[in-house]
Each structure stands twice: as structure tokens, then as C-alpha cells.
Design a binder for this molecule. Structure first.
Ligand SMILES: [Zn+2]
Length: 387
């Protein structure tokens, strides 16, 4: 659509120039006619013998100029009518192009990158809300509770006093109570939900008298939490399937009978992102500096109702994704050969061997073919043969 408008605008500009040239020609012809008429009059005033053309020759040229002017006038009118038609078509196309789901019956999915940022009373949604993340005042928070009958338990005792180094024997006098933390997770074999309770026992060191307590396993940080299998499922639904937090919560509740909040889903994803940050960094380095040909592309991506860009860099075996608020923020430190579309930002990447992506070229050619350009069809066939 954009290409078609641009093409029409170009043709319109050409026609405008043509019309202007013809107007100039008509003006010149009119001036010439006036000159001839004046000249003829001047020639008849003196004795009749002058260097001016004869009367018949003057009349001939005058007639010629008149018919030329008429012809040009007709051409001009035709061109003006054509310009009028083109202007009308351009206006229609512009109106068509401006239509989206907010001002027509088109579905929101057809908006693409034209989709407007989410707003409330004209303000960007996130900005106008200005609410802190997490539970809002008055919201009945859902706190997970420990299972009263855990399926498994593990008693943990400190072996050495961290203050004096005394070895704590099994006959140490342990406190009668201990701190308990539970992990809820799916059983790997039968897929049932199970609570595992960790009990950290404590005592007073028999040698130095200071308080000593067993440590919990790494990652067991609160009174109750989800284990790695449930966490992986949540992250998979949220990150790999792009489901909104609320829908992840629904799926977990309906299909797996697990009750969790949107805030927990968010925390799980943030924690996972931190854990894999270094892996992603190394992956990006390997792809960017590897010898394999790298394919680069980018696409619009909505985050919090705003337009961001998802950049991809991939080889046959590895793929890196990265998000950025700007379209032209390219991957850095690339080496070797890169294949991409015709976006100028790619061409600005220096010291690389560049190639254009066939799939993108075929799409561009399709648009040119639709404008009736024969060469585009030949090029399209040729590129298909190369594949
Ligand atoms: Zn001690």
C-alpha cells in the first residue's frame, strides 16, 4: 500500500511538471502570436516594402501558432483531468492506509506496527496508572500456606560450630523446635503434587555457647515455595508461549491445581532471566564472532503496550534474541558474513560481508510485480531458481 502511494505520488509529480511545461509553452506561443501580430501591423504601416515576412506568410505562421496552442490546450486539459484522477486515487489510498481497528471494522490483529500505544484518557496506560507493581491497597493477597502433612521431610543438623569450630555430635542437645521450610513441586514419576519439608535444627554450642543453626538447601529461601518443575512450567508458558501472566495463573490453577499469583509468575521469570544472563551473553558472543553465516532480522514487539523491537541473530544451530526500544540498535562485534533485508541500518555495519535475504527480496519483488513491472517477475523466477 505504502509503495503504491509513493509510486502514485511520483507519477503525480511528473504530471505536474509536464503540465507546468505545457503551460509555459502555451504562454510562449501566446507571446509569439502577439509579437507576430504587432510585427505584421508594423509592417503594413510603412511603405509596404520591408524586411518583414509577407502578409500571407505571417497569416500562415499565425494560424500554425493558433492550432499549436489549441492542441496544447487540449493536451493540458487531458493532463489536468489525469492529475485530478490521480489526486483522488491517492486520497482514497491514504484513507484506506490510515484505517485500523480503532476507526474501522478491521480486527486488531491486522493493525501490525500501526497499533497505537495503550492509553487511558489520552495518557500512556502505564504512565497514567503510576501504580507500584504487585498487590494494590485493599487487594486480598494470596499467601501460600505450608502443607500440614508434608509428603517428604529432611532433618538438617549443623556439623560444626561456625564460631569456634567445635564438631557437633549426634548427642548434642538440640532445641525442641526448628525452622521449617517447604517446597511444593510435581513428582517426576507420577506427576502428583508433593510437599517436601526441610527442618533446620539449632542448638547452643556446647563449647562456646553461641547459637548454631543448620543451613537450608541452596534456593530454599522462604517458608513455602514452588520447586523447579512447576517453576519451569510457569516460565515455559510465560516466555516460550508468550502467555500473559494472568492466563498462566489460570492454566496452572485449572490444569495443574496449583494456585499462584501474577506477581509470583513475574518473580519466577525475573529470577530465571538473571540465572541465564551469562549463558545468553556467551551465546551472543559465539554467534557474533563465529565463522558461520549469520541471519539478522527484526520485528515490532509490544511490551507494556509500547512498541519495542525484537532483534534476532541466528546461524543454523544457534539463535539469539534481544529486545530494544529502537529498530536500528544492531547486534555488535559481528564478524564474517551476514544476511539481512534492505534496512539501511544493516548496511551501516562495516567490516562484514553482506548478503540480501532472498525471502525478503521475493516479498519486495512481489509488491513490484503487483504494479505490473515485468522485470520483477523475471527476477522473482530467477531468485526462486537459486534456492
Ligand atoms: Zn562454638
Amino acid at each position: 500500500m505504502r509503495q503504491r502511494i509513493q509510486e502514485l505520488l511520483r507519477r503525480n509529480r511528473e504530471l505536474e511538471l509536464l503540465v507546468q511545461r505545457q503551460k509555459d509553452q502555451i504562454t510562449e506561443l501566446k507571446e509569439e502570436k502577439v509579437r507576430w501580430e504587432n510585427g505584421n501591423a508594423a509592417a503594413t504601416i510603412p511603405d509596404g516594402a520591408s524586411t518583414f515576412p509577407s502578409e500571407s506568410a505571417t497569416a500562415e505562421r499565425s494560424d500554425g501558432a493558433a492550432s499549436g496552442e489549441k492542441k496544447l490546450q487540449e493536451q493540458l486539459e487531458e493532463q489536468l483531468a489525469l492529475v485530478g484522477e490521480l489526486t483522488e486515487t491517492i486520497t482514497e489510498l491514504k484513507q484506506q492506509a490510515a484505517k485500523d481497528s480503532s476507526n474501522s471494522s478491521k480486527p486488531p490483529s491486522s493493525d501490525g506496527l500501526k497499533k497505537k500505544n495503550a492509553t487511558v484518557n489520552g495518557q500512556p496506560k502505564r504512565q497514567c496508572e503510576k501504580k507500584p507493581l504487585g498487590g494494590q491497597p485493599g487487594h486480598q493477597g494470596r499467601t501460600m500456606e505450608q502443607g500440614s502433612h508434608p509428603d517428604h521431610h529432611q532433618d538438617r543438623y549443623p556439623e560444626v560450630c561456625p564460631h569456634c569450630g567445635e564438631t557437633l555430635e549426634s548427642d548434642t542437645e538440640w532445641d525442641s523446635t526448628c525452622e521449617k521450610r517447604q517446597v511444593l513441586d510435581e513428582n517426576e514419576t507420577n506427576r502428583q503434587l508433593e510437599y517436601t519439608e526441610y527442618r533446620a535444627h539449632s542448638c547452643s554450642c556446647p563449647k562456646c555457647g553461641k547459637r548454631v543453626k543448620a543451613a537450608f538447601p541452596k534456593g530454599v529461601d522462604g517458608p513455602i515455595q514452588f520447586g523447579p518443575i512447576l517453576t519451569a512450567k510457569v516460565i515455559y508458558l510465560r516466555v516460550a508461549q508468550f502467555l500473559p501472566e494472568r492466563r498462566v495463573v489460570d492454566i496452572m490453577r485449572v490444569l495443574l491445581k496449583v494456585d499462584l499469583s501474577s506477581a509470583t509468575v513475574k518473580k519466577m521469570c525475573q529470577r530465571a532471566a538473571k540465572l541465564i544472563a551469562q549463558v545468553l551473553q556467551e551465546l551472543e558472543r559465539q554467534v557474533a564472532q563465529g565463522t558461520e553465516t549469520k541471519h539478522l532480522d527484526e520485528t515490532g514487539f509490544r511490551i507494556g503496550g509500547r512498541l519495542w523491537w525484537l532483534h534476532v541473530m541466528s546461524t543454523l544451530t544457534l539463535t539469539c534474541y534481544r529486545i530494544s526500544p529502537t529498530r536500528g540498535a544492531m547486534f555488535e562485534s559481528l564478524q564474517g558474513r551476514v544476511v539481512h533485508d534492505c534496512m539501511p541500518s544493516y548496511a551501516k555495519m562495516t567490516d562484514l560481508i553482506h548478503g540480501y535475504c532472498n525471502a525478503h527480496l521475493l516479498r519486495e519483488l512481489q509488491a513490484v510485480m503487483e504494479q505490473g513491472e515485468n522485470w520483477a517477475q523475471k527476477m522473482h523466477r530467477f531468485l526462486l531458481l537459486l534456492e
